[in-house]
Design a protein around this ligand. Structure first.
Ligand code: ZN
Length: 94
């Protein structure tokens, strides 16, 4: 069994929505737009609770990002354009 790297701190979001790719619970909520910088915001960025997604907004954008493997995904489980291809999903036993 491969052990998930636990260098990254577990976040509140990650406890509820662990990364579907690597299982990490170090998951940040992605904040879009231009946030007002504050000590609270900086603290959230430092602890990995929050990631900035930039100010470009599109449909079905991911709202969570794994701090361990950098995978972006949606809390509601919908696929997003940011998700890489699933060509590795096939497990063929010949
Ligand atoms: Zn991950």
């Amino acid at each position: 069994m491969s052990k998930v790297a636990d260098r990254e701190p577990v976040t509140k979001t990650g406890r509820e929505h662990p990364c579907p790719r690597c299982g990490s619970r170090a998951v940040a909520s992605i904040m879009y737009g231009m946030p007002m910088f504050s000590e609270d915001l900086q603290k959230s960025l430092d602890t990995g609770e929050l990631a900035l997604g930039g100010c470009v907004v599109w449909d079905d954008q991911p709202d969570l990002r794994c701090n361990t493997c950098d995978h972006s995904y949606r809390m509601d489980g919908l696929r997003t354009d940011a998700v890489e291809g699933d060509s590795d999903m096939d497990q063929v036993d010949a």
